[in-house]
Design a protein around this ligand. Sequence first.
Ligand SMILES: C[S@@+](CC[C@H](N)C(=O)[O-])C[C@H]1O[C@@H](n2cnc3c(N)ncnc32)[C@H](O)[C@@H]1O
Length: 317
Amino acid sequence: MAASKVFTEFSEGLGTINSSDSGQGPDRAVSDRIKGATSSSYDMAATASSQGDIWNWGMHDDTLLREIRALVPGFADYDTDGYSEQLYFLALRDLPIGLAELAGASVLEVGCGLGEGLNFLSRLIDAERVTGLDLSPQAITRATTRLSRGRRLHFVQGDAENLPFEDGELDLVINIESSHTYPDFGRFLDEVARVLKPGGHFSHIDTFTAPRYAQMTRHKEESRGLAWIHERDISEEVRTSIRRRMTAGSHFQRTFAEKRMSPVARLVGRQVRRTIFGAKFAGFPDTALTKALKKAGAVPSLQGLPDSYRHHIARKG
Ligand SMILES: C[S@@+](CC[C@H](N)C(=O)[O-])C[C@H]1O[C@@H](n2cnc3c(N)ncnc32)[C@H](O)[C@@H]1O
């Protein structure tokens, strides 16, 4: 399928998923079509990826950054702006248990993308088994080739709504900037509750449209085997990361400038990155060039754009 058709289907899928507050996923055929477009879109992104790429909007909070620097000697010299790592660190840091209590644990990230964020987290804890799962076969191939380390970090292809794990197998499930593309969010939550051990935790970080947040609120009230114990709106911290990344000369701009590509691919790629890395969420309107490229189908016209970004934690009852 042509890239523009894949992106159009993906974008329409995002619109369908994030404009409904019904809590019911779309029917099977629609859901399969959305997942097919999602998988193909991330396959293409994975194929064009470089080692070190993390696929989220990041966040910035001075306290988090200080804590990471204290935990990870030399972090200030890593080749990263640190914003995506802060988002990942938050997923562990606000759990009601300390990092040391995850020694020997089985940890899963659903929607791990290229696995870079999970690789960072896996080095902060002494877990027995760390698994990254993603719908995109190409993302999993890249993650496996670049990062796998036996049971300490391995990757499997799979679907968030049908997790390939036994009941009560896991101590911690994390999910970062991924669930807004799952057609049936309630089914995903049921799967998380099924695979967690009693007392295990779920740390969820994602964007929300108002209807999707209404859906989330209803799912929390229904419980679905999970006791929700924490919620934090991190929209402003995420906007700070995006604004800094969109600034000329930022690490985000420099790493893209270093990629080898034709001038046309660079021109289009810059606008694609503005669009998919949250420029609108941070208050940047589309430029005339972005508008023209969207009209031509070269840049995705994302539907179902979010208005908040939140962290939730639940404990399996
Ligand atoms: C925006 S990326 C975030 C990746 C990673 N968590 C990070 O922060 O870098 C969203 C990821 O979710 C994955 N994804 C989307 N739908 C999925 C599903 N139904 N099951 C598993 N993964 C899915 C995509 O393939 C993609 O890798």
